[in-house]
Design a binder for this molecule. Structure first.
Ligand code: FES
Length: 486
């Protein structure tokens, strides 16, 4: 009986990206069956994998988690009830395997007797052949094949991985992610950068309704929204109140920029992080009962004490209630003066949005070039983190053309480059000649036909950059621009 694993689970076990596995599948060095990988095939393709020791994989995972600003320890263990349900599932599987072994043992005893029965009154040759058959069966049952220890260790790792996390496939989009810790399906999807439809996120509106196609889920948060019996019979669940007990397939719609309605909410200032005298980040926390729904790369309006401004969101939707805005200090901008002056932790700020269509094309697996002009780094940062969560782009290059505020988060960019094989970071010095700077970048890409380009900056910077990229052969539909007002 073959044991099959989803590509994402193999990626987790081996410690290489899903994208790299997909490349192996495309290149023919890894075979899949209905999109799954058989255990024997995994062992064949990765003969050197260290099943007994996943310390290195954990180290890389932790670097990535820290680099992407995620909380590692908070998410370590599943919810108690989910853990109990997963252990019960594992117990059932163990019992089924034991029952199967007992059955095989009975079949063997029967065969043993049958051989004795058949051997009666037979010729010497036939008796010899039957005894040879018995010896063959006994030897093969008592001696495990040479790679059995490896298969056993790999399966043990897979079982631990299944206790710690459940794999989710979304239909029809094909998105995949893991539910870890005490996350609901909705929280896990948002952390993974998958923008599933939802509203209140706390069981009131019913907008996160989805259909469970296969696998088991468990209600871990109470909800006031009432699901009718016919909906329950059809497999309808609320993503914001359920966690996955085992690997599940769910039918749900993934939102695009046009599907997300404008929201108004009041957030709390968590902190003001001054990078240097020219730029600071405003860290906001949305209420537990009302999160801001947005896509990476979008903007919003902030208002406080009658002052307001439009800013790109620098954080990723995967950061849950935490929203980051980066604001350039400008003497003519009263809102920025407020940020550098009197704004402090726990102050209240009105948020309106999200706005804009500068979002990731998550259907594309082309390599991506990100171009950030000055504080245009903010939406680019959000897009990069989203892209990393989805693990789709074949390669990512970030070109940051600094203004007077400099490369104020250069260490973060370097940590991305250190943690990921497919990420390169190119800081470009402050310069006023946009034409010259962009031409210098473009010269490094002789064939732009196979790239997606995401650029964020002022209207004029984007106009010049677009002209140069298109002239060098970038197809116009692969150019995306986010205008920054600051
Ligand atoms: S998002 Fe409102 S009920 Fe789930």
């Amino acid at each position: 009986m073959s044991h099959k694993l989803p590509l994402s689970r193999v990626s987790k076990l081996i410690g290489i990206s899903r994208r790299a596995l997909q490349e192996m599948v495309r290149g023919g060095s890894l075979n899949t069956f209905d999109g799954m990988i058989e255990l024997e095939e995994m062992l064949r393709a990765f003969p050197d994998a260290k099943w007994e020791n996943d310390a290195e994989f954990r180290r890389v995972t932790e670097i990535k988690e820290k680099a992407f600003g995620k909380r590692v320890f908070e998410r370590a263990l599943p919810d108690k009830e989910v853990l109990a349900a997963r252990l019960a599932e594992l117990g059932n599987e163990y019992a089924a395997s034991q029952a199967m072994l007992m059955h095989y043992s009975q079949v063997f005893s029967w065969l043993d007797g049958k051989i004795d029965e058949l051997a009666e009154d037979q010729s010497t040759e036939t008796i010899h052949a039957l005894h040879t058959l018995r010896a063959f069966l006994l030897r093969n049952i008592s001696e495990l094949p040479s790679d059995a220890a490896k298969a056993q260790a790999a399966m043990a790792q897979e079982r631990i991985s299944k206790i710690m996390s459940a794999h989710v496939t979304i239909r029809p989009s094909g998105h995949e992610f893991f539910v870890e810790g005490s996350d609901t399906l909705l929280e896990a999807a948002l952390r993974a950068g998958v923008s599933l439809d939802y509203g209140c996120s706390n069981g009131n509106c019913g907008e996160c309704r989805a259909r469970l196609v296969s696998g088991k889920v468990m209600k871990v948060r109470a909800h006031d929204y009432v699901l009718h019996q016919d909906e329950k019979d059809a497999g309808t669940i609320l993503l914001c109140s359920c966690a996955a007990v085992d690997d599940v397939v769910i039918e749900a719609s993934v939102a695009g920029a046009h599907d997300i309605q404008e929201q108004h909410l009041e957030a709390k200032v968590k902190s003001v992080e001054v990078f240097n005298p020219d730029i600071a980040a405003l860290h906001l926390l949305t209420p537990r009962s009302q999160r801001l729904r947005f896509l990476a790369g979008q903007s919003m309006q902030l208002s406080v004490n009658g002052l307001s401004g439009y800013y790109a969101i620098a954080s990723c939707p995967c950061e849950d209630r935490h929203i980051e805005i980066q604001i350039l200090r400008s003497s003519g901008d009263a809102f920025s003066e407020l940020l550098f002056g009197s704004l402090k932790a726990n102050d209240r700020i009105e948020m309106h949005g999200p706005y804009g269509e500068f979002v990731l094309d998550d259907a594309s697996t082309r390599p991506v070039i990100f171009v950030a002009f000055g504080v245009g780094f903010a939406p680019i940062k959000s897009l990069i983190q989203h892209s990393m969560s989805l693990d789709l782009a074949e390669a990512m290059d970030l070109h940051w053309l600094a203004d007077q505020a400099g490369h104020y988060q250069t260490n973060l960019c370097r940590s991305w480059a250190d943690a990921l094989d497919n990420f390169r970071y190119f800081p470009h010095p402050h310069g006023n000649d946009v034409e010259k700077s962009v031409s210098g970048i473009v010269a490094a890409y002789p064939d732009l036909n196979s790239y997606d380009v995401y650029a964020a900056g002022t209207k004029e910077q984007l106009r010049i950059a677009k002209r140069i990229f298109l002239k060098q052969g970038l197809p116009v539909q692969q150019w995306r621009a986010g205008e920054i007002d600051q």
